[in-house]
Ligand binder design. Structure first.
Ligand code: TYM
Length: 343
């Protein structure tokens, strides 16, 4: 059986959006609208796996939906919605909690990083989080998921859950008239530069919504002066820029800044270094700041307009949720029958 080419991705409303979210995810969502059915979700149910003040949760939910649209997602083409309006996500994730094995979940590095020393005291939801993520994706039988590098392990788990479900229920799936798999084996779409944008202060750490240091992160809503100041103060090294991408090996901060430049300008690392190789940071950083402002400022302006119009945003999100539900409900009906729930 062939599956409809369909893309799903999501972002958690748990902090202000940053350049890593833009380059690793949002920017790459846009061209997929022309080749696939696309669903882009604001995953508010994921956000509450750690404490969120309800007013912040709402504000960030609107902000992400606005960023999607301001970056070029067209609500006429893509289904844009927030997760909690489609309750089938929660229902399927419960079934997946009963498919996924403890051992699989315990191997999730993101849980270990987030829980840290405090693993006895984090929410049960944080542990089960990857199973909800698998439900997000498989509820729509998505064939591809664009994400940054840090989500790759969760996508592997999604494939494991799909395979185990297809295997455990193969008789019921066949009885329902399916020739082969019920769920697709979803592909991770994570290639290109800037799949892991690093902190501006430490080239070994990823740029993150929850970073305590404000200067390490460029936020999508930062103004031009703030962006320029953060880039100027970004950690670099003493050597001039190398002539080719190979020369970036072992220079994490340089690799990060050149990678950001390449991604923002849609050029290869070698092409960027063809221009800046042999020159110092005093030449490169102002050019990077200008480029970042040229790309981000128009998006930030449109985001500000959209978040100011909550009733327009509510209409878009409600319409998106209706369209998402129309895909999710027939699948969920079949899942219930496959599992053996009486209706
Ligand atoms: P979240 O909200 O942490 O991040 C959203 C997207 O941004 C990417 N990203 C980055 N890319 C490059 N460099 C960085 N420094 C960086 N930081 C974040 C992430 O890889 C992601 O693509 N679990 C997911 C949300 C989710 C989801 C899903 C994604 C829930 N269900 C289903 C895809 C499909 C998360 O926490 O992303």
């Amino acid at each position: 059986m062939t599956f409809t080419p369909r893309v799903f991705s999501g972002i958690k409303p748990s902090g202000d959006l940053h350049l890593g979210n833009y380059l690793g995810a949002i920017r790459r969502f846009v061209p997929l609208q022309d080749t696939h059915e696309t669903l882009y979700c604001v995953v508010d149910m994921h956000a509450i796996t750690v404490w969120q003040a309800p007013e912040d949760l709402k504000r960030w939910t609107y902000e992400i939906a606005a960023a999607y649209i301001a970056s070029g997602l067209d609500p006429g083409k893509s289904i844009i919605f927030n997760q909690s309006q489609v309750m089938e996500h929660a229902e399927l994730s419960w079934i997946f909690n009963c498919v996924a094995r403890m051992g699989w979940m315990e191997r999730m590095t993101q849980f270990k990083d987030k829980a840290g020393e405090n693993s006895e005291n984090v929410s049960l939801g944080l542990f089960a989080y990857p199973s909800l993520m698998a439900a997000d994706i498989l509820l729509y039988k998505a064939t591809g998921v664009p994400v940054g590098d840090d989500q790759k392990q969760h996508l592997e788990l999604t494939r494991d859950i799909a395979k185990k479900f297809n295997h455990d229920f193969r008789k019921q799936i066949k009885d329902l008239g399916f020739e082969e798999e019920f769920f697709p084996i979803t592909e991770t779409l994570a290639t290109g530069p800037a799949m892991r944008v690093k902190s501006l202060k430490d080239g070994t750490r990823k740029m993150s919504k929850s970073d305590a240091s404000d200067t390490s992160t460029i936020y999508m809503m930062d103004d031009a002066g703030t962006i320029a100041r953060k880039i100027k103060r970004a950690t670099s090294d003493a050597a001039p820029l190398p002539e080719t991408a190979q020369g970036l090996a072992g220079r994490a901060e340089a690799e990060n800044l050149v990678g950001i430049f390449a991604a923002l300008s849609n050029r290869s690392l070698d092409d960027v270094l063809g221009e800046f190789g042999g020159r110092g940071w005093g030449a490169f950083k102002p050019a990077l700041a200008d480029l970042a402002v040229a790309v981000l400022a128009p998006i930030a302006g449109e985001m500000a307009r959209l978040v100011g119009d909550r009733s327009e945003m509510d209409t878009i999100l409600r319409d998106g949720a209706d369209r998402a539900r129309a895909i999710a409900q027939p699948t969920m009906d079949q899942v219930r029958r496959i599992v053996g729930f009486i209706r």
